[in-house]
Structure formats: C-alpha cells, structure tokens
Design a binder for this molecule. Structure first.
Ligand SMILES: *[C@@H]1O[C@H](CO)[C@@H](O)[C@H](O)[C@H]1NC(C)=O
Ligand SMILES: *[C@@H]1O[C@H](CO)[C@@H](O)[C@H](O)[C@H]1NC(C)=O
Ligand SMILES: [Zn+2]
Length: 313
C-alpha cells in the first residue's frame, strides 16, 4: 500500500467522521432561538441560568445552544433525542412515535424535553444526581429542534434527509434546506449577513404582529409544563403543508419555495424562543413552590413583554 493510498484512507476516514449528519437546526437557528428566549427570562430564570452555564459560555446561553449537536457522537444514546419520525402520516402520537430505533420508549425530542424539564425542576433542592448544566443545554437545544418542521417528519425519508434537492444551484437535501440553507439565504438577501438584524426583525414581530397569539403559544390543553406534544403536532402539520409540499426527489427549490416558506420558518424560531423562556420561567418558579404552578405569581411571557415595552418608553 503506497503512501497515496494511506493518505486517501485517512482522508476518507476523516470525511466519514466529519460528515455533518444533518439532523439539527444549524448553529444560526439555535443561536437565534436562545437569544430570543433570553429577552423573556424572569429574574429567577436569569439567575439560575447563569449559575448553571458552563464557564466557556461566557454567561450567554445562546453561545452554547448547539452543544447538544457537538456531543451527539460522544453521547450516542442522545442522537434520537433530536427528532421524531412518524409512519408517513401528517399527525403525531406520543405513544406511537416517541421511541428510538430499538423501540425504547420516550427516546425522542418530546420525551427529551419532558425529561430535562423534570431534571431541572430539582434545581435548588436535593441533588438529583443529574448534571443540571447538561440538562439545561439539552433542553434549550431540543425546544429549538422540535420547532423545525422536519424534525417531526416521515420515517421513510428521515425527515427529508434522504430527499436530494437543489437549493437554487446548490445540491443539498430537504432537511438541510430547513436547517441551514433558508436561514443562510435569508441572511444574505434580507439581513445584510447580520444575524442580529434577523433576530431583531423576528423580535419586532413578536411584540407587534404576533402579540395577540403569544398567550396561545404559551399554553396547551392538559397540565403539561412543557406543552411539547403540541409543538410536535404543529411541526408535522407544517412539514406536510409547507416543507414537503410540492417537493420531489431532485426538485429545484428557489424563489417560489423560499418566499412562501421563510415566514413559516421565522415564526417557528419566534415560537421556539418564547416557549423556551416560558418553560424555563415555569421550571425555576416551580422549584420554590413545591411543584404547584401559582398563576398569580408566575408571570407569563406576555406580561414580561408588556413590562419591557413600558420600561423602554
Ligand atoms: C434523560 O436524561 C438522562 C440524563 O442525560 C439520559 O440518560 C436519558 O437517556 C434521558 N432520557 C430521555 C428520554 O431524554
Ligand atoms: C413579520 O410579520 C410580517 C407580517 O405578517 C411578515 O410578512 C414578515 O415576514 C415577518 N417577518 C419576520 C422576520 O418574521
Ligand atoms: Zn439538534
């Protein structure tokens, strides 16, 4: 075996280990979700989050919002926690769909959101034996993932990962279009390649266009602290109505697709941010109230937005 062959082998090996198995909103998507959430943290949440953040986060949750993607290979068991597959239907059922490939129950993104929420509820109490810093980083990431419509997609095409398409002239897959390509193109075309401008535009809509919907974003039927089942149901519906709609293997997706889908994606980022704040505010309120949500003392994000608006005037 000559040197070139060895080099080729090394190269292939590196290529295999480095292939981004695209199963997660790109860094930008997660960063935006966490940045938006930070605006609506209660004081208790801000304090708890800064205590739990690892030192290398520099006090900013957004900077470590993609940590869960970085440990997918080190923590192999965590890989199925980034998504849910349905058996080719446009609805989601926890009992049917929330499991990993081995059929272990709860091993999906909704199960993970509930799991890490429960772990964080022990914050400030007796040590639960869990690493709550990791619980926080997982939770912040998975609330983002469950809002990306194709993270609740069809089993057969792995949430669009096996559907090869062209994004304008570039070859990619449908899942990656929603994780990364649409955000990149939006940044380039509308936001001067500045992530902060995109975040500001989304936030503007939270306080104006969508203000009347936020109460509905924060709540769900049943007494679930996280409402994660509802987020997953919305995602598969949006996957069917927008992401998969009019797309086939080898489709070329360009302006028509981009302009009609981008508003959906931006609203999902907004919802993920608001809901992450809501969940954390409930968790860190909850921990001091022996498990009972006290609606009178627990501020909703709607009230936090109102208070921020008044103090900004
Ligand atoms: C819950 O969290 C623990 C600790 O990270 C992990 O071992 C377990 O697999 C998680 N289960 C789910 C459903 O997320
Ligand atoms: C803001 O809302 C308007 C009106 O619904 C919509 O056209 C626009 O795409 C939204 N922009 C962002 C950044 O969400
Ligand atoms: Zn992910």
């Amino acid at each position: 075996m000559g040197l070139p062959v060895i080099l080729l082998r090394i190269f292939l090996l590196l290529a295999i280990t480095m292939v981004p198995i695209s199963d997660a909103w790109g860094k930008e998507g997660h960063f935006m979700v966490c940045k938006i959430a930070e605006n609506y943290f209660s004081d208790r949440t801000s304090t708890a989050v800064s205590e739990l953040l690892p030192a290398d986060a520099g006090g900013d949750l957004a900077s470590v919002c993609s940590w869960a993607d970085e440990v997918r290979f080190r923590y192999r068991w965590s890989s199925p926690l980034h998504y849910i597959n349905t058996p080719g239907v446009c609805n989601y059922k926890y009992s049917r769909d929330c499991h990993n490939a081995k059929g272990e129950k709860d091993m999906c993104v909704v199960g993970a959101i509930n799991n890490y929420t429960t772990q964080l509820q022990s914050y400030g109490g007796d040590s639960s034996g869990y690493d709550l810093s990791e619980s926080l980083l997982f939770l912040a990431h998975f609330v983002g993932d469950v809002h990306q419509p194709l993270h609740v997609g069809f089993q057969v095409d792995e949430g669009g990962n096996t559907i090869i398409v062209h994004w304008y002239r570039r070859k990619t897959n449908l899942h990656h279009v929603w994780d990364v390509n649409m955000i990149e193109t939006a940044m380039k075309d509308f936001y001067n390649n500045d992530l902060n401008s995109m975040i500001e535009a989304i936030q503007m809509n939270i306080t104006e266009t969508w203000a009347g919907e936020i109460h509905q974003w924060e709540t769900c039927r049943g007494r679930s602290v996280t409402c994660a089942d509802k987020f997953a149901s919305e995602s598969i519906q949006l996957a069917c109505d927008y992401a998969y709609q009019d797309v086939e293997e080898d489709s070329t997706l360009e302006d028509d697709y981009f302009y009609s889908r981008l508003p959906v994606l931006e609203k999902r980022i907004a919802q993920a941010g608001v809901r992450l704040a809501t969940i954390l505010n409930r968790i860190f309120y909850d921990s001091s109230a022996s498990g009972n949500l006290n609606d009178l003392l627990l501020k909703s994000v709607v009230e936090i937005i109102e208070a921020n608006t008044i103090s900004a005037k």
